[in-house]
Ligand binder design. Sequence first.
Ligand code: SF4
Length: 209
Amino acid sequence: MKAWFLRSFKKGIVTSSFPSGKNESLSPWATTPAGDISGEVNCPVDAIHNDKVDSGKCISCGICFPQFKPSLQIPQITTTRVEKSLSKSMKLYIFDSGTCGACNLEIMALNSPQYDMNRLGLSFTNTPRQADAIMVTGVLTDGMIDPLKAAIDSMASPKIVFAVGACAISGGIMGKSISEIVGLDVQVPGCPPDPFVIMAAIEKARGRI
Ligand code: SF4
């Protein structure tokens, strides 16, 4: 008990001050590749056009390295609606439409001491009926189309629909975009997105940054 106390005392405060402070780090795979391309790149998801990478499609496979390297910058987050009424408190519901699990883990990391989502008025809920926002992850398998529609229908307004990760945004290598089935408010790129990127997207959707 004494050792545990001393260890935590020595470590100090681990919680990030983001978004009021700067994000301390960003995982390379969550940042859009950028660089000078010379020669053909056989991108498996056709994400490269006019020497630029579409962050909503890129699955961070690394095939384009070293022509393109992770930019280490927060990728472009697309927001079509800002809901300021949720700026003080927002409940998040994670909907897995067919993932490898990576996006879900990064979203759940928001609840860890490093990110501490509660300081921003954010919490998770296990039912869409109590949720203000739905975080859809995965390639949208056929069997999850009806459950996704039902989950969104059961949410009270105002509600925000997030597509988290390249698979949800564009379908990745084998699926379809959730935008083919439901209206999308926020696109969070990355494979998987970094918790700082997810946090930035949430704050942007609530008009806080
Ligand atoms: S990392 Fe892979 S998916 Fe992303 S742009 Fe490069 S080749 Fe395409």
